[in-house]
Design a protein around this ligand. Structure first.
Ligand code: PEP
Ligand code: MN
Length: 352
């Protein structure tokens, strides 16, 4: 349920209503929008009569039920206003959201050694990326495949961060590693395979680094939003959704089916920012540029693209990785569409 306050409602009145709702055993959450303040209520609201709440104050404009099963994640919870996730990086704050320029995340699938990660960081930064991605802990289908260098790779990410000034995005697979990961990561990735690892979702929800939540490969949009709801309900409001392709019947030509329809769909359902990952979405580097441009045209808030200095030698996901040169060229190509939709950063890399 949400309580929509009138424009210009006095702060003291909002506080009084908050207190009253708390006395009723509810957990009110104040959401400050661009124009209005909304008080969100979650929990046992089924028996509440909206009219009774409406009577609390003449400053209350409306009391509405949130119809969706995902409450905090829903666009209704913010009374239709898109949200933003602002991430602190060594080069300043980078905002993700519909009212902000597109954010570029690039880097290898896995952190392999210091030289390659530092070089990739410098190259993608020079091309215009805001974040370096790279896995220290890798979820691999085969237990015999390269599993990531683990904790030592976190140190290499720290070195790349220091050398480039880029923000860092890396995946957590096990809640036990969360603290060490949070020391270097500016955004913590929950991968497709863990999208419904509810205990992990609760743990990333209980810490304060923003979370990039990848869509499970067979997850419906509602299941994905419910996974985001776990993180929000645990207290972390900073969730970024990431579409990375889903399993469909045809895997002969592309690794996954990149579902770009989630862009208008999620933007109509949630205030959370959305990222597209065309690398896992297609599995082939030659398809990444077209899908990146389509994602920008369709309204993505960010792109996450795998880049490796020598894709043929990559320890994971080489076939879908762009070279730094190709990434650089792609950024130029994307800028045409980005400018056409009014979402291209004035200043690439460092914002703020
Ligand atoms: C990755 O980002 O390298 C990764 C493993 O992604 P996903 O969870 O989408 O497969
Ligand atoms: Mn990968």
């Amino acid at each position: 349920m949400i309580v929509v306050m009138r424009v210009g409602s006095p702060e003291a009145e909002i506080e009084r209503i908050n207190q009253e709702l708390t006395d009723w055993g509810l957990t009110p959450e104040k959401i400050i929008g661009k124009h209005k303040v909304v008080i969100g209520l979650v929990g046992e609201t089924a028996a509440l009569d909206p009219l009774r709440i409406q009577e609390f104050s003449p400053w209350i404009e409306q009391v509405l039920r949130v119809e969706q099963p995902f409450k905090r994640a829903s666009l209704e919870f913010r009374h239709g206003e898109p949200g933003e996730v602002i991430v602190s990086t060594p080069s300043g704050k980078v905002p993700f959201g519909r009212n902000h320029p597109i954010v570029l995340i690039a880097g290898p699938c896995s952190v392999e050694n210091e030289e390659m990660i530092v070089e990739t960081a410098r190259r993608v930064k020079a091309a215009g990326a805001h974040f370096l991605r790279g896995g220290a802990y890798k979820p691999r289908t085969s237990p015999y495949a390269f599993q990531g260098h683990g904790e030592s790779a976190l140190g290499l990410l720290a070195a790349a961060k220091e050398a480039s000034g880029l923000g860092i995005i890396t995946e957590v697979m096990d809640a036990e590693d969360l603290e060490k990961i949070a020391e270097v990561a500016d955004v913590i990735q929950v991968g497709a395979r863990n999208m419904q690892n509810f205990s992990l979702l609760k743990k990333v929800g209980a810490q304060d680094k923003p979370v990039l939540l990848k869509r499970g490969m067979s997850a419906t949009i509602e299941e994905w939003l419910m996974a985001a709801e776990y993180i929000l309900a645990a207290g972390n409001p900073n969730v970024i959704m990431c579409e990375r392709g889903i399993r469909t019947f045809d895997r002969d030509y592309a690794r996954n089916t990149l579902d770009l329809a989630v862009l208008p769909i999620l933007h109509s359902l949630t205030h959370l920012p959305v990222t597209i990952d065309p690398s896992h979405g297609t599995g082939k580097s030659e398809y990444v540029p077209a899908m990146s441009m389509a994602a920008i045209a369709a309204g993505t808030d960010a792109l996450m693209i795998e880049v490796h200095p020598n894709p043929a030698k990559a320890l994971s996901d080489g076939p879908q990785s762009l070279t730094p040169e190709r990434f650089d060229r792609l950024v130029q190509e994307m800028s045409v569409i980005g400018k056409a939709v009014g979402r291209w950063p004035k200043q690439l890399s460092a914002i703020g």
